[in-house]
Ligand binder design. Structure first.
Ligand code: ADP
Ligand code: MG
Length: 319
């Protein structure tokens, strides 16, 4: 449904994209993950025809976005990083306005009602956009993307600056839209992509560094060797026992205390599952293990792993 080939974007003489390529199949819900400044918005703005590329091609539904921008744009609903909302318009006025600009042919009243229902903004349709909460405003942004029933929807960091409850609502909405649309969701938050997408394309410094099923990224990220543990026992003795346990390469009290229990941050050697030896050692000392919390990797850790893996792969391919 979406074919991106060799996109290069220069801002002046600084390159933001250095040959970005990936495809998205019909009905897929793909995460576009990368740290700030990686080139996500640049890619999505080019893909949606809002920005020109320095070179490369983009096709949506087989239509070249640069050659036939009007036709291509009809297939795409876009929620940019800064949604184009008019704060002095009422919600329903705004959606009517979008309907006009998009020269939508669908039954106006019915279509807009349906969209407001899907995005759950019917109850604020007569309110000024400027007076809405951020969460509602974001939903109005999604509503404008849905006008015209485009089969492809692109969300650029849609949950930034929302509170946790609003984040959950927007993610649910995107997940639901994913059942009937082809979706790209960009984010710098790994867990957001994990909770919504089937596949993840990772971009870093203007290059695609991974394109995988979300499961396999989760496996890389979940294979942790760092834990916060809570142990009911004397802090100093526990610490020295942890230090001398085989397989542990790092241990330090976190300073947190809960009754007679103390927390420690521990790291084991790569490839060692420390949980069993840890349990037996503590049991033998009669220090109950009150908590064991894997420390999920952050995006940077995952990058390091992916790049390591890539290097190993290319080495073994050469060997
Ligand atoms: P992301 O959305 O992943 O945070 P962007 O696509 O916004 O990344 O930016 C990619 C790179 O291009 C960054 O280094 C950013 O500073 C630069 N950049 C983005 N927009 C412009 C612009 N209009 N002019 C110059 N540099 C830009
Ligand atoms: Mg961005």
């Amino acid at each position: 449904m979406i074919e991106i080939q060799n996109l290069v974007k220069l801002y002046g003489n600084k390159s933001a994209l250095e040959g970005v390529s990936f495809n998205v199949g019909e009905g897929e819900i793909v995460g576009f993950l990368g740290p700030n400044g990686a080139g996500k918005s640049t890619t999505l703005n080019i893909l949606t025809g809002y920005l020109s590329s320095s070179s490369g091609t983009v096709k949506v539904g087989g239509i070249d976005v640069f050659e036939y921008p009007d036709e291509a744009k009809k297939l795409i609903g876009f929620l940019p990083e800064q949604p184009p909302l008019y704060h002095d318009m009422k919600v329903s006025e705004y959606l009517n306005f979008v309907y006009e600009i998009k020269r939508c042919k669908l039954n106006r009243k019915k279509h807009l009602e349906e969209i407001m229902q899907t995005t759950k903004i019917l109850d604020v349709k007569d309110r000024l956009i400027g007076n809405l909460s951020k969460g509602y405003r974001q939903r109005v942004g999604i509503a404008q993307a849905l006008v015209g029933n485009p089969p492809v929807i692109i969300f650029d960091e849609p949950t930034v600056a929302l509170d946790p409850k609003q984040i959950i609502e927007i993610r649910n909405l995107i997940r639901n839209l994913g059942k009937t649309h082809t979706v790209i969701l960009s984010s710098h938050i790994l867990s957001e992509i994990q909770s919504v997408c089937d596949r993840v394309v990772i971009i870093n410094e203007g290059r695609i560094i991974a394109d995988e099923k979300t499961e396999s990224i989760t496996r890389v990220a979940g294979d942790t060797n760092e834990y916060i543990i809570k142990v009911a026992g004397p802090q100093r003795e526990v610490q020295s026992a942890l230090r001398s346990l085989r397989g542990i390469v790092f241990s330090e009290p976190t300073g947190e205390r809960d009754g007679d229990s103390y927390c420690f941050r521990i790291k084991s050697e790569t490839g060692v599952d420390i949980r069993k030896p840890l349990f037996y050692m503590l049991a033998e000392k009669n220090w109950p293990l009150m908590g064991l919390e894997p420390q999920g990797m952050n995006l940077e850790d995952v990058f390091v792993r992916i790049m390591d893996n890539d290097m190993k792969k290319s080495k073994s391919a050469k060997a």
